[in-house]
Design a protein around this ligand. Structure first.
Ligand code: FAD
Ligand code: NDP
Length: 654
C-alpha cells in the first residue's frame, strides 16, 4: 500500500491490487511446477551408464583420424600454465596471460578440452538456428586483437566457433592443446610445488584411450557453465524406438542436412517431437517447423519471447562508430552492463540498444548499484521484491501481448504466455518462434507445468494420450551452473586435492563457497578459475570471463614480479581474506531473494532453494553474486589493484 502525506498507510491503490494479483498468479504457476525430486529429476549425460544415453553424449564432431595423426601434448609434459577448457574462457586465459607477459616461450602453456576442437559451447552446440543472444560485437571476445567484424548483430553458431578457431590460430594454440581429453583429477604436489593432472584422452571408436599425467605450475579452470547436457528421467525414454538426440549433440544423420547447410530434408515425411521450450528450443523450433511433416512441441513452461531485430553489420558504421577507437569493445560491453543494471550516468548513450537494455527488472539477477544493499529483514526484502515486480510489469505484459498479436489461435496463444517475471528464466528473443505456431504442421502440447508422463517405443505420453513420433529432440538443458554450491571442482567434474590432502569438495561441503574476488580459494595454491562463485553477473557471459581473467592475470603478474625472474611463484589466497570477501558477498545475498520464489529452473535449484533448511540456506548465501552489479564489482577490483599490495594473497618462491 502507498503512504499518504501524513505517513499513514492508505488503502491499496488499483495499481497495488493489479500487482498483487499478478504476483499471486506467478506464485500459483510456480507452485504447479514444484517437484519433490528437484534437480534429481534429471540425468546428466556424463553420468549415463546405458548404451543409448552414452551414445547420445558422444562427440559427433571430432575428426579422430586427423587428431590421432598428431601428438600435441606428451604424457608427463610440464608447463607453466595448464588451462582446462578450450572455449572462449580458456582462449581468453591464454591471450590475456600472453599480453601480461606471463606466457613467453612455446612450452609455457598447454590447454586440454574434452571436445575435439576449440569453441566450448560453440563447438558442442551446432543445432539449426543457433545464434548468440547477446550482441556479437560485445559477445565475441578479442575482436580488437583479431580485427574481425561480425557479419550480423547476433552471430550464428558457426561464426562463433570459427572465431574461436581464429583466436587459436592467431595466438598459435593448436599445437599446445590436447583435445578429446577429460581431466579427472588434479593434485597439488607440495614437494615439487606443481599441480599433477590426470587426463584420459579418447582416441575415437577404433583406438583405445590414453591415460596421461600432466604437470603445471598454475592450473587455470575455464570449464564453462552450461556444458553437461541432461535429460529428464521420463519413464520409458530410453526405450523410444525412433531417433533421439540432445540439442548439444545435434544428429544431422537423423534430420538430414549438415551444420553448414541445415536443410533437414529427411524430416519431410517425419513426425518430430521436441521436449522443452527454453532458449535453445526458441531457436530450433522455427527450423524444425520448416522441414518436419508434423512437429509436436512438448511444453512444460513457456519462455518469454521478445523481438530480435537482427541486422547485418554496416561496415561504415563499424569503422566510424562501433569499432572506431582503441578499447571500444570493453567500453561497449560496460555500456551494455550499465544499461542493464540501472547504472547509467546522465544521458549516457545506449550503444547496443536492444531488448536486454530495456528490461530493467533483469537487474534482479545481475544486481544494481543503487539497490544492491538490502537489510536482511522481511520488510526490506519484501519491499525490494515488490519494487522489482513493479518494474517488470511492463516488460512481462508486453511479452504476453506480443503473443496475442502474433499467434492466431487463441487457445495456443494463451498457452504460450510466460507467467513469471523476466529474471526467472533467460529471456529469449526471436522474430520467428511465435510465428511458427501459426503453421498447420506445428502442434503445441502444453503439459500445464507437469511435463511428459512417459515415453513408449512409439512416442510420448501426456494426459493418457500417446503422441506417435519418428524423431525426438531432447531440448532439456544442462546441469545447473549452481551445481555443488559454486564449487569449481564439482562443476568441472574433477576431484581437486590441494595442500595437505584437502579436497575441494570437502571444503565446499564443510563451509560452502570461499574465494577472494571469486577467482581463487585458500588451500589450493596456483589454482584460479574463470567462472567462480562470488563474482558479479551480467547477461553477457564473456564480460564475466574477461573481468575474472584480467584480474587473475593482474594478480599473477604482480606475484611473479614479487618473486623475481628465475624463481617460481606459489600464489595462495589467505583464509582470513577469503572469509572477509565471503562476508561482503553474504551481506549482499538478501538482494537476490526474488529468485528463490521463481518458477523452478536452473537458477533456483529447480525450486528447491525455497525449501532449504536455514543452515543450508546460509551456506548457499555464501555463493551469492555481487548485488551492486558488474560495474561496482569492477570498481572494487580496480581499487584493489591500485592499492597494489596484493592484500590477502601470499606469494612465496618455490
Ligand atoms: P564453455 O564454452 O562451456 O567451454 C568449456 C570447455 O571446457 C568445454 O569445451 C568443455 O568440454 C571443457 N571441459 C569442461 N570440463 C572438462 C573436463 N573435466 N575435462 C576437459 N574438458 C572439460 N552466453 C552468452 O553470454 N550469450 C549467449 O548468447 C549464449 N548462448 C549460449 C547458447 C548455448 C546453447 C549455451 C549452452 C550457452 C550459451 N551461453 C551464452 C553461455 C556460454 O556457455 C558462455 O557464453 C560461454 O561460451 C562460456 O565459455 P567458457 O569457455 O567459460 O565455457
Ligand atoms: P533450459 O534448461 O532453459 O530448458 C530446458 C527445457 O526443457 C525447459 O523448457 C524445461 O521446462 C523443459 N523440460 C525439462 N524437463 C521436462 C519434462 N520432463 N517435460 C517437459 N519439459 C521438460 O535449457 P536450454 O538448453 O533451452 O537453455 C539453457 C541455457 O543456455 C539458457 O538459459 C541460456 O543461458 C543458454 N542458451 C542461450 C541461447 C542463446 O540464445 N544464445 C540459446 C540456447 C541456450 P521447465 O522450464 O518447466 O523446466
Amino acid at each position: 500500500a502507498s503512504n499518504g502525506a501524513n505517513g499513514h498507510s492508505q488503502l491499496p491503490t488499483e495499481e497495488d491490487m493489479t500487482l498483487l494479483q499478478l504476483q499471486q498468479r506467478y506464485a500459483e504457476e510456480a507452485a504447479k511446477r514444484i517437484r519433490a525430486d528437484g534437480p534429481a529429476q534429471f540425468l546428466d549425460l556424463t553420468d549415463a551408464d546405458t548404451d543409448r544415453f552414452k551414445a547420445i553424449a558422444e562427440d559427433p564432431w571430432a575428426d579422430h583420424a586427423a587428431l590421432n595423426a598428431k601428438e600435441t601434448v606428451k604424457d608427463g609434459a610440464t608447463s607453466k600454465f595448464l588451462i582446462l577448457g578450450g572455449g572462449y574462457g580458456g582462449l581468453l586465459f591464454a591471450v590475456r596471460l600472453m599480453q601480461a607477459g606471463l606466457i613467453k616461450g612455446p612450452d609455457d602453456v598447454r590447454l586440454i578440452d574434452a571436445a575435439g576442437g576449440f569453441g566450448g559451447t560453440w563447438y558442442w552446440n551446432r543445432y539449426p538456428g543457433l545464434h548468440c543472444d547477446v550482441e556479437s560485437y560485445i559477445y565475441m571476445p578479442l575482436l580488437e586483437e583479431t580485427g574481425y567484424m561480425p557479419k550480423q548483430k547476433y552471430s550464428p553458431g558457426s561464426e562463433l566457433r570459427e572465431h574461436a578457431e581464429r583466436i587459436a590460430t592467431q595466438f598459435e594454440l593448436y599445437d599446445k592443446t590436447l583435445f578429446r581429453s577429460n581431466a579427472k583429477a588434479a593434485t597439488w604436489d607440495e614437494e615439487e610445488k606443481l599441480w599433477t593432472v590426470q587426463v584420459t584422452e579418447g582416441r575415437g571408436p577404433n583406438e583405445p584411450s590414453r591415460e596421461l599425467t600432466l604437470k603445471c605450475q598454475y592450473l587455470l579452470v575455464a570449464s564453462g557453465v552450461l556444458n553437461i547436457p541432461h535429460v529428464p528421467k521420463i519413464p520409458g525414454l530410453e526405450g523410444f524406438g525412433g531417433e533421439m538426440f540432445h540439442t548439444a549433440r545435434w544428429d544431422y544423420s537423423a534430420t538430414g542436412g549438415s551444420y553448414e547447410n541445415p536443410d533437414m530434408e529427411k524430416l519431410k515425411d517425419k513426425r518430430v517431437g521436441i521436449i522443452g521450450t527454453g532458449a535453445t528450443s526458441i531457436q530450433i523450433i522455427p527450423q524444425l517447423a520448416e522441414w518436419a511433416k508434423e512437429l509436436y512441441v512438448f511444453q512444460r513452461t513457456p519462455s518469454a519471447v521478445h523481438p530480435r531485430d537482427q541486422k547485418a553489420t554496416d561496415p561504415e558504421e563499424w569503422k566510424t562508430k562501433i569499432a572506431s577507437k582503441k578499447g571500444w569493445q570493453m567500453e561497449r560491453a560496460l555500456n551494455f552492463v550499465a544499461h542493464m543494471s540501472l547504472a547509467t550516468k546522465n544521458g549516457e548513450e545506449n550503444l547496443v540498444d536492444d531488448g536486454w537494455t530495456k528490461m530493467p527488472a533483469y537487474s534482479a539477477l545481475i544486481g544494481s548499484p543503487g539497490y544492491g544493499l538490502v537489510e536482511p529483514t522481511p520488510e526490506a526484502i519484501g519491499a525490494n521484491v515488490a519494487r522489482l515486480h513493479k518494474m517488470d510489469t511492463h516488460t512481462a505484459e508486453t511479452a504476453r501481448a506480443r503473443v496475442d498479436q502474433i499467434v492466431k489461435n487463441l487457445e495456443t496463444a494463451n498457452k504460450l504466455k510466460a507467467w513469471y517475471p523476466s529474471w526467472c528464466k533467460r529471456p529469449t528473443f526471436s522474430d520467428m518462434y511465435l510465428q511458427a505456431f501459426n503453421e498447420p504442421n506445428v502442434h503445441l502440447i502444453d503439459t500445464n507445468g507437469q511435463g511428459i508422463e512417459a515415453a513408449t517405443k512409439d512416442g510420448l505420453v501426456f494426459a493418457g494420450k500417446e503422441y506417435p513420433l519418428d524423431v525426438l529432440v531432447l531440448s532439456t538443458g544442462y546441469r545447473s551452473p549452481a551445481f555443488g554450491n559454486g564449487n569449481p571442482a564439482a562443476k568441472t567434474g574433477i576431484e581437486v586435492i590441494g595442500r595437505g590432502g584437502l579436497s575441494m569438495d570437502e571444503k565446499w561441503k564443510n563451509i560452502g563457497s570461499a574465494t577472494l574476488h571469486g577467482v581463487a580459494t585458500s588451500g589450493f595454491p596456483n589454482l584460479f578459475f574463470a567462472f567462480g562463485p562470488q563474482t558479479a553477473g551480467t547477461a553477457n557471459f564473456v564480460t564475466m570471463l574477461e573481468v575474472s581473467i584480467q584480474h587473475t592475470a593482474h594478480i599473477l603478474a604482480k606475484a611473479e614480479e614479487k618473486v623475481g625472474a628465475g624463481s617460481r611463484a606459489v600464489v595462495e589466497v589467505t583464509r582470513e581474506e577469503e572469509e572477509a570477501w565471503t562476508m561482503q558477498v553474504m551481506m549482499r545475498a538478501p538482494y537476490f531473494a526474488s529468485i528463490v520464489g521463481c518458477t523452478p529452473g536452473y537458477l533456483n535449484g529447480e525450486g528447491q532453494s525455497a525449501r532449504q533448511d536455514p543452515k543450508d540456506m546460509m551456506k548457499a548465501s555464501r555463493s551469492s553474486g555481487w548485488s551492486e552489479g558488474m560495474l561496482s564489482y569492477i570498481e572494487v577490483l580496480e581499487e584493489y589493484r591500485r592499492e597494489g599490495s596484493l592484500k590477502g594473497v601470499e606469494v612465496t618462491a618455490a
